[in-house]
Structure formats: structure tokens, C-alpha cells
Design a protein around this ligand. Structure first.
Ligand SMILES: [Zn+2]
Length: 102
């Protein structure tokens, strides 16, 4: 179910996605939000349609989740990365989220 997060969270997500898109040289994807069930840890996921971010997380986690999912969005468009293992793709997304490699 799609939900509407706060305007501030939408701005944080939008600005972070725009900056990451420039760095990654991809289009800014559609961004939408979901509510997590209790005990659910997932903060975001990526599909061919865009990225989806948890609506109940703080702004810092929103920025990190967007960076992480933007890297996955980039991987999907990369002939080199698209078919690499889940483990490698996940590690690469975490490194991007943490700001490395620069
Ligand atoms: Zn991931």
C-alpha cells in the first residue's frame, strides 16, 4: 500500500535522490513510500519502476536508504553489475551508502 510521508521526509528523499542521480549519471527514479509492519527492518527496496522507502524512519535513515537504493537502481542499469551476485550487489550498495568509494 502506498502511503504519504511527511513533506520534510519527501524533500530529504527527493534531494538525496537528485544528488545521487548526478553522481551515478542516471535519471532520478520515481520514489514512493511504504509503512513497515512491526519488527520489520527493511528500510527500502528497488524495482524497475523506482525506489521505495519506509515512511516511518528519521531523516538521516531516509537519506541513507535513498543512497543505498539509488545504487541498486544504478546496478540494474549497468550491464556489468546487473547480473552480479546478490552478495556483491549488496556490499557495493552499502559502500555507496557509506560514501565510499569516492
Ligand atoms: Zn541492498
Amino acid at each position: 500500500m502506498e502511503v504519504k510521508p511527511s513533506d520534510a521526509q519527501q524533500r530529504v528523499a527527493g534531494l538525496t535522490a537528485s544528488a545521487a542521480a548526478k553522481v551515478l549519471r542516471i535519471q532520478v527514479p520515481s520514489i514512493w513510500f511504504f509503512y513497515r509492519r512491526r519488527y520489520e527492518k527493511l528500510m527500502g527496496f528497488t524495482t524497475d519502476e523506482g525506489i521505495c522507502i519506509a515512511a516511518d524512519i528519521n531523516h538521516m535513515d531516509t537519506a541513507r536508504a535513498v543512497l543505498h537504493e539509488m545504487r541498486h537502481a544504478w546496478q540494474r542499469q549497468s550491464p556489468e553489475w546487473r547480473y552480479r551476485s546478490q552478495t556483491l550487489r549488496e556490499r557495493d550498495a552499502i559502500l555507496f551508502e557509506l560514501g565510499w568509494p569516492r
